[in-house]
Design a protein around this ligand. Structure first.
Ligand code: ADP
Ligand code: F6P
Length: 319
């Protein structure tokens, strides 16, 4: 392989730029030319390519978002769209492609590999919901953003003896809620992996306040439902003044933490190495601090659970 491409797809995540930079610089040191594909698979179909040199990725390692931009392409989910993307890649002379994104993006990478364009996946999503890797790029930064919000909310909550509901992201996964709740000492964490009923949460709030707590913080993963619905029900059942904050896309932005920038740099470089060794149909994961390459197919239909031990700990400490 001599010419490789790189794209970012799905929801952006802090650290994606660091991953692109690593693909480009490692690819070039291994003698390859690197083309960036703008706007994910939509850009692949449109043939929206940009040559990337060592200097093109200067000064981006600490920038949030993705300078190649990302997209969600319905067209690419169809066989015709995939064929169009494949033809454009071939016409541009691409021998392989690094796909940085979540499991939806990995499905697209499998299709392209089947069509004859070897792809390597790099897990980039704040949700940390990809099977086969202990961490995904962007998760640590998103959790730290939540933690910053928790500290600020606690200040105002305890000044007014209030209950606060903080809704955090995670399309169908409670990883962000669990990590932020555990690290931030939340009183209740509502997440899809171990649902708590409104009655249980209301009981916890009442018990805590009666014991002398000056506030109660409830973290709600978006996969469980709306933070506003939870807030309304809690106020109704406890009588405590309750406020709701939905953190939203603030969690997707910002400079990557050191942990994310390191992870992205290691994974991006590894992806370029794998492609240039002639491999394809794989993704890079981090398992027990080591990078491992596994078949993209392994991810399909699998859910990355949260270890029971962590769920138990969160419950024990949040009394
Ligand atoms: P993520 O990669 O973060 O999970 P999405 O699920 O939105 O994000 O997927 C990103 C893009 O990947 C989609 O817009 C689509 O172009 C492509 N994609 C998703 N699912 C498939 C699929 N089953 N086959 C081919 N491409 C897919
Ligand atoms: O998958 C990452 C994520 O941020 C989820 O946590 C969230 O549900 C979703 O993307 C939001 O996506 P959109 O870009 O469509 O607002």
């Amino acid at each position: 392989m001599r010419k490789i491409g790189v794209l970012t797809s799905g929801g952006d995540a802090p650290g994606m730029n660091a991953a692109i930079r690593a693909v480009v610089r490692r690819g070039i040191t291994l003698g390859a030319e690197v083309l960036g594909v703008r706007h994910g698979y939509a850009g692949l179909i449109a043939g929206d390519f940009v040559p990337l040199e060592t200097a093109s990725v200067g000064d981006i390692i600490q920038r949030g978002g993705t300078f190649l931009q990302s997209a969600r392409s319905e067209r690419f989910k169809t066989p015709e769209g995939q064929r169009e993307g494949f033809e454009k890649a071939r016409a541009a002379g691409l021998d392989g492609l690094v796909v940085i994104g979540g499991d939806g993006s990995f499905r697209g990478a499998i299709r392209l590999t089947e069509l004859g364009l070897p792809c390597i996946g790099v897990p980039g999503t704040i949700d940390n919901d990809i099977w086969g890797t202990d961490r995904t790029i962007g998760f640590d930064t998103a959790v730290n953003t939540c933690l910053d919000a928790i500290r600020k909310i606690r200040d105002t909550a305890s000044s007014h003896d209030r209950v606060f509901v903080l809704e955090v992201m995670g399309r169908s996964s409670g990883w962000i809620a669990l990590a932020a709740g555990l690290a931030g000492g939340a009183e209740s964490i509502m997440l899809p992996e171990r649902p708590l009923t409104i009655e249980e949460v209301a009981l916890r709030v009442k018990r805590g306040m009666e014991r002398g707590k000056r506030h109660s913080l409830i973290i709600v993963a978006e996969g469980v439902g709306s933070g506003f619905d939870v807030g309304r029900e809690i106020q109704k059942r406890t009588g405590y003044d309750t406020r709701v904050t939905v953190l939203g896309h603030i969690q997707r932005g910002g400079a990557p933490t050191a942990a994310d920038a390191m992870l992205a740099s290691r994974m991006g470089a590894k992806a370029a190495e794998l492609l240039l060794e002639g491999k394809g149909g794989l993704f890079v994961g981090e398992v027990n601090n080591e990078l491992v390459a596994q078949p993209l197919e392994n991810v399909l239909g699998k859910r990355k659970g949260i270890p029971a031990e962590l769920l138990d700990l969160a419950e024990i400490l949040a009394t």
